[in-house]
Write a protein that binds this ligand. Structure first.
Ligand code: URA
Length: 211
């Protein structure tokens, strides 16, 4: 059975996503919106983090208080380059998270995702991983990234994006039925160039002003 696809459709996220989609939104605004949405998405994706209870003292009384249980902080793996936009938001909320990067490019002839960079914490086997990329379009890079991350055997893997196409979700679930997907919206379809429709254009270009 396929892992769950969760659409995080909080009104604040939907509003900010609409602003991001608009052609006239500037690079600076786009970047800031992606960071803000990254923060809001992280809030939801980390809902099931385990807690432990510690004895503390408030100025008024002692209490048994909840704290995050994980000894090993989670790892956020950004699929370069657009993943950086979501990553920045998540790190605002979880500053102690560890960070990994994976760089992939699409071979122009074969259209296969080719790895050019991979760096993750050496003790990733004892950590939970959240892989981030704003756009789940064909699913090729997400699938290749998860293939690679599975080689280093983290404790668990989740995938977080901003926008997903139905084609990308089907492809991802076929290859990685055990990895849950979190997204802010599922759009209509892909065009013949692999762009999400209606989408928001090229997320990396809009993030860095390279269009
Ligand atoms: N990557 C993007 O940045 N945008 C799309 O629409 C599809 C893939």
């Amino acid at each position: 059975m396929n892992a769950k696809v969760t659409v995080i459709d909080h009104p604040l996220i939907q509003h900010k996503l609409t602003l991001m989609r608009q052609t006239e939104t500037s690079t600076a605004k786009f970047r800031n919106l992606l960071k803000e949405i990254g923060m809001l998405l992280a809030y939801e994706v980390t809902r099931d983090l385990p807690l432990k209870y510690e004895q503390i003292k408030t100025p008024v009384a002692p209490m048994l208080a909840p704290m995050l249980a994980a000894d090993k902080k989670m790892v956020i793996v950004s699929i370069m380059r657009a993943g950086q936009g979501i990553l920045d938001g998540i790190l605002e909320l979880i500053p102690s998270a560890r960070v990994g990067h994976i760089g992939l490019y699409r071979d122009p002839l074969t259209h296969v995702a080719v790895e050019y960079y991979f760096k993750v914490p050496s003790d990733i086997e004892q950590r939970d991983v959240l892989v981030v990329d704003p756009m789940l379009a064909t699913g090729n890079s997400a699938v290749a990234a998860i293939d690679r991350i599975k080689e280093v055997s983290p404790m668990s893997i989740k995938f977080l994006c901003l926008l997903a196409a139905p084609e990308g979700i089907s492809h991802f679930q076929l290859e990685h039925p055990d990895v849950p997907i979190y997204t802010a919206a599922i759009d209509e379809k892909l065009d013949e160039h692999g762009y999400i429709i209606p989408g928001l254009g090229d997320a990396g270009d809009r993030l860095y002003g390279t269009q």
